[in-house]
Design a protein around this ligand. Structure first.
Ligand code: NAI
Ligand code: SOE
Length: 381
C-alpha cells in the first residue's frame, strides 16, 4: 500500500493532459509503489473547459493561471502539458518554487532555453523528467536490454522514420488551439522538434550520442492563414526533415520525418543493424520486436517476431499487466513513465530522461536545423 502522496498540478487539458491524467489514475492499480499520485489541481486559461476536464478526470480543484498553481503549497509536482513555447517559463518558475517537474517533449524551443531549464532544476535540486514515452514501450525497453547485453555486437547502422500526413491541405490554418504545431512561435520548429525529437531520444538511448549531422528540411506550404491574427503569414516550421549523422560509436544514422506522407498517421519505426544481429520496431505494431540473429542455425535463420508480452521478468513491465500473450498499448507507456518516476522518488535516483538527458536531444535538433540552413555538416554542440 502506498504510504506517501504526490500531489500533481497539471497544466493543460489537451491530448497529453488526458494521457498523463489517465496514467496517474491507473498506475496504482498495476504497480505496487510507495508514492501515490493525487490529482490535486488542473490548470488552463478557460475556467469552464478546465472545470469540465477536472470533473472528468477527478482533479480536486482548478486554476486558470499557472503562476497561481505553482505557488500553491499543496502541490508537489507540476506536469507541463502545454505548447512548447511555454515549457521554459513554467519550468523555471516551478523549480524556483521547489516543485518537482514532469515536462512534455521537446524540452524547450532550443538548447539555450533547455540549458536554462536544466540549471534551474539542478539549482533547486528538484526531481525532473521529460515525457519521451516511447522508451517505455516494453518492446523498446527490451531492445535496450538486448543491446546492453552486447547481442548486436558492433553497431553499423541506425535508421528511423516518423511519418504523418495531417498538414497536406493548403487551406489548413496555422496557430491557436490544435494548430499551434504549425506556428513556429509556439512550436519552435516543425517535424524536427515534434517528431524527430522522439526518434533522436530513442536513438541516443539505444545507440549513444550523435557526433554530427547533415540535414535538409522543406516547407511545402509557404504561407497559411494565422488563426490568431486572421492574416496570411509565412510558415516558419519545417514540414519535412531528413538527416544523416555519425554516432560516437562509429555507426551511421539515417532519419526522416514528414507530415506529407499521404496515408501515414503516426508511423514511427526504427531499425538497428549490428555485426551479429539486427533489430527493428514499428509503433503500429508496438508490442512486437523484430529480431534477426546471425548466430541462428543456417537453415532456420530468419527474422523472428517477438510478441513482447511475457512474464517472469523476461519482458519489461509486462509482469504488471495481463496474462502472457495479452498485449498493452500506447497509453501504457505513460503509465510506465509515472511508475518509474514514483519509483525514482523512493530510491532517490534520477528518472531518465531527466532535463539534462533531454537537452542532448535538443542539441541534436538544433544541429539538424542549423545544418539544413547552412547546407553543411554540423557538430552537435
Ligand atoms: P494540445 O493542443 O492538445 O493541448 C495544449 C493545452 O495547453 C490545452 O489544454 C491549452 O488550453 C493549454 N494551454 C495553452 N496555453 C496555456 C496557458 N498559457 N496556460 C495554461 N494552459 C495553456 O497539445 P498537446 O498535444 O497536449 O501537446 C502539449 C505538449 O505535449 C507539447 O509540448 C507537445 O509537444 C507534447 N506532446 C507529446 C507527446 C508525446 O508523445 N510525448 C504527444 C503529444 C504532445
Ligand atoms: C503530433 O501529431 C504528435 O502528437 C506529437 O506531438 C507527439 O509527440 C507524437 O508522439 C505523436 O504525434
Amino acid at each position: 500500500m502506498p504510504s506517501k502522496s504526490l500531489n500533481i498540478g497539471m497544466i493543460g487539458y489537451g491530448f497529453m493532459g488526458r494521457a498523463h491524467s489517465n496514467a496517474y489514475n491507473r498506475v496504482h492499480n498495476f504497480f505496487d509503489l510507495e508514492y501515490q499520485p493525487v490529482l490535486k489541481a488542473a490548470c488552463a486559461r478557460s475556467e469552464t473547459e478546465v472545470q469540465a476536464f477536472a470533473d472528468q478526470w477527478g482533479y480536486d480543484s482548478i486554476e486558470t493561471d499557472w503562476r497561481r498553481l505553482i505557488e500553491r503549497d499543496d502541490i508537489d509536482a507540476i506536469d507541463i502539458c502545454v505548447p512548447n513555447n511555454l515549457h521554459r517559463e513554467i519550468a523555471i518558475a516551478a523549480a524556483e518554487q521547489g516543485k518537482m517537474i514532469l515536462c512534455e517533449k521537446p524540452l524547450a524551443m532550443n538548447s539555450e532555453e533547455g540549458e536554462e531549464m536544466c540549471q534551474a532544476v539542478e539549482k533547486a535540486g528538484v526531481a525532473n523528467t521529460v515525457w519521451y514515452n516511447y522508451r517505455r514501450v516494453p518492446a523498446v525497453t527490451l531492445a535496450k536490454r538486448l543491446i546492453e547485453e552486447g547481442r548486436l555486437g558492433k553497431i553499423f547502422h541506425y535508421r528511423a522514420n516518423f511519418l504523418q500526413d495531417w498538414t497536406i491541405a493548403e487551406d489548413l490554418p496555422q496557430g491557436g488551439a490544435a494548430l499551434w504545431r504549425l506556428d513556429v512561435a509556439a512550436a519552435g520548429s516543425g517535424v524536427t522538434g515534434d517528431l524527430l525529437a522522439h526518434c533522436i531520444d530513442t536513438a541516443v538511448w539505444l545507440n549513444g550520442s550523435v557526433k554530427d549531422v547533415n540535414a535538409m528540411t522543406e516547407t511545402f506550404v509557404k504561407q497559411r492563414q494565422h488563426t490568431l491574427t486572421g492574416k496570411v503569414e509565412p510558415v516558419g516550421i519545417d514540414d519535412a526533415c531528413a538527416f544523416l549523422c555519425h554516432f560516437d560509436n562509429g555507426s551511421l544514422g539515417l532519419f526522416e520525418s514528414t507530415r506529407y506522407a499521404r496515408g501515414h498517421k503516426a508511423l514511427y519505426t526504427w531499425e538497428i543493424n549490428g555485426e551479429n544481429a539486427s533489430i527493428k520496431w514499428d509503433l503500429h505494431d508496438l508490442h512486437r520486436l523484430e529480431w534477426f540473429d546471425h548466430g541462428d542455425e543456417g537453415k532456420l535463420r530468419g527474422w523472428r517476431s517477438i510478441h513482447v508480452t511475457d512474464h517472469g521478468g523476461d519482458h519489461p513491465y509486462m509482469d504488471h499487466w495481463w496474462v502472457p500473450g495479452l498485449q498493452i498499448g500506447y497509453e501504457h507507456s505513460f503509465v510506465h513513465q509515472v511508475a518509474d518516476f514514483l519509483q525514482s522518488l523512493a530510491t532517490g535516483q534520477p528518472c531518465s530522461p531527466t532535463f539534462r538527458d533531454a537537452l542532448e536531444t535538443q542539441k541534436v535538433c538544433d544541429a539538424v536545423l542549423n545544418s539544413a540552413k547552412n547546407g553543411s555538416w554540423q557538430a552537435v554542440g
